[in-house]
Design a protein around this ligand. Structure first.
Ligand code: 8LE
Length: 465
């Protein structure tokens, strides 16, 4: 085995390194090696990361002592799958008892370089503390993944996401900077900013663009209102994280058609930064590859947290291989996906999520014995003629019956919508297996998301978990 490029724990990358300009890979060996050989190296690394966490974190020590587990026991992936998963509630409890960063910080507070967090709109926010050296490693990892998307030194990268507690924008920026790009940290979310983004995109004609998928669609609408064709921005690569969309077929097509660019899906969770470790590439633009030598991604049964076979559906569970500050070891995502192992056209030997991450387990709507993913409704509506681009899903109980109402924007005049409502309702019903009442509203009347969309209004809250 040739040595895996810069494979150490703690990780440290040569800050002057850039690949051969003609190589599609940042680290040719790490990316294309025999996956069994890579897995063997990862298994050793998992033990190393666990030894580090056991020595530096009362949180992990407590959790593992309780089940009689020691890092040295991790001699197989089967053993690793028995390591208890970490939940968001446990992290919140740890931060409550050991404010502000919890007793899984693992580095001295003087090492902290950035503090981020959850938006905290529901419940207590979680604080993310990232060490100085880790930040550099994150930048290296993201630069490597951006290289895989076809972004090169000197390219302009336009970041159109919130610069605040949200890690998405900062992570994309750190990668672009390390890749020696021209970074344009435009941001998002302030009054009038979307119209200004249109102006700046038209003036600077960036090669690459980062946002949430919802926001890209919003931007396309605003550009059209400003009488500018988004194709004039000249974007070539648009990469997205934060929510399902880039792998939802009709959403992906709508973005591709509006901007004329390649759409790349990426993203795990903010806690898992380098969150771009699940990402498509220029040569394999569909779905997301799991860059297993950066973060170890498992797709697991959501009750036993054992991995499911390739081909099956499950929930992602993530483990950092290179973080020393707040390393996550088997973090449960509560998301849903399906994974496969096949030959990737780009030559990388990573497993793949062919349909991306299609939703969160707790966002799934349980109605009359059926499970409905909000993304299925989104995907369907975008294929319907005269759909106005935004909708809400309302679930309510009338008497003993649950009913689902889809409030959908329609571009037809008021008197001509009965057929749209009937046809769309019938289409949704045959797709989802539940009766759906469609109520149309005027186009451009429902609020658009500047960050992540929240379209479900469940009025039966007591029946949800
Ligand atoms: C489907 C990954 C990042 C920084 O962009 C982010 O949004 O992190 P955050 O705020 O911790 O939210 C993580 C959750 O967003 C995931 O658990 C998943 O439900 C959703 N998510 C993020 N990226 C994607 C995604 N869902 N596809 C994605 N590409």
């Amino acid at each position: 085995m040739t040595r895996m490029e810069d494979w150490h724990f703690p990780a440290a990358y040569d800050q002057s390194y850039l690949p051969d300009p003609l190589s599609p890979y940042w680290f040719p060996h790490r990316e294309t090696m025999d996956p069994e050989e890579r897995n063997a190296a990862v298994l050793e690394r998992l033990r190393e990361v666990m030894e580090y966490a056991y020595a530096t974190s009362p949180f992990y020590r407590r959790t593992w002592d309780a089940v009689d587990l020691e890092p040295a026991d991790i001699t197989s992936f089967e053993a690793f799958e028995q390591v208890p998963v970490v939940t968001k509630d446990e992290m919140r409890a740890s931060q409550h008892d050991h404010p502000p960063f919890g007793d899984y910080l693992c580095v001295d507070e003087s090492e902290i370089h950035h503090i981020h967090g959850t938006s905290g709109t529901t419940g207590m926010p979680t604080a993310f503390a990232i060490g100085r050296r880790d930040w550099q490693v994150i930048a290296d990892n993201h630069a490597r993944i951006l290289w895989g998307m076809g972004v090169r030194p000197g390219d302009t990268v336009f970041v159109a996401a919130l610069f605040s507690l949200y890690l998405g924008s900062w992570g994309a920026l750190a990668g672009a900077e390390r890749l020696h790009c021209r970074s344009l940290p435009f941001g998002a979310g302030a009054q009038g900013m979307t119209a200004r983004a249109v102006t700046w995109l038209a003036r600077t004609r960036p090669k690459a663009f980062y946002a949430t998928p919802s926001y890209a669609l919003r931007l396309a609408e605003v550009a059209e209102q400003e009488k500018i064709d988004p194709r004039e921005f000249g974007l070539q690569v648009m990469f997205f994280s934060g929510e399902p969309g880039a792998s939802v077929p009709t959403v992906r097509r709508a973005i591709e058609d509006a901007f004329g660019a390649t759409v790349i899906d990426c993203g795990t969770m903010a806690e898992m930064t380098p969150f771009m470790s699940a990402s498509a590439t220029a040569g394999t633009p569909d779905g997301m590859l799991l860059w297993q030598d950066i973060v170890w991604h498992e797709v697991c049964d959501p009750t036993t947290f054992r991995t499911v076979p390739f081909g099956a559906e499950g929930t992602p569970v993530y483990t950092h291989l290179e973080r020393t500050s707040q390393p996550m070891i088997r973090l449960a995502s509560n998301d849903l996906t399906r994974w496969v192992m096949e030959d990737n056209p780009c030559g990388r030997t990573y497993p793949k999520l062919p349909d991306g991450v299609y939703g969160r387990i707790d966002d799934m709507i349980h109605i009359r014995g059926e499970n409905v993913y909000p993304t299925e409704v989104d995907n369907y509506l975008r294929s319907v003629e005269h759909y106005g681009g935004e909708h809400r899903i309302v679930v309510r109980r009338t008497g003993s019956m649950d009913e689902m109402i889809v409030r959908a924007e329609c571009t037809l005049a008021d008197g001509q919508r009965a057929e749209f409502e009937r046809r769309t309702g019938a289409g949704l019903q045959s797709l989802l297996g539940v009766r759906v009442t469609v109520e149309s509203v005027d186009a451009d009347t429902l609020e658009r998301a500047e960050h992540k969309s929240r379209r479900v209004v469940d009025e039966r809250e007591h029946t949800r978990r």
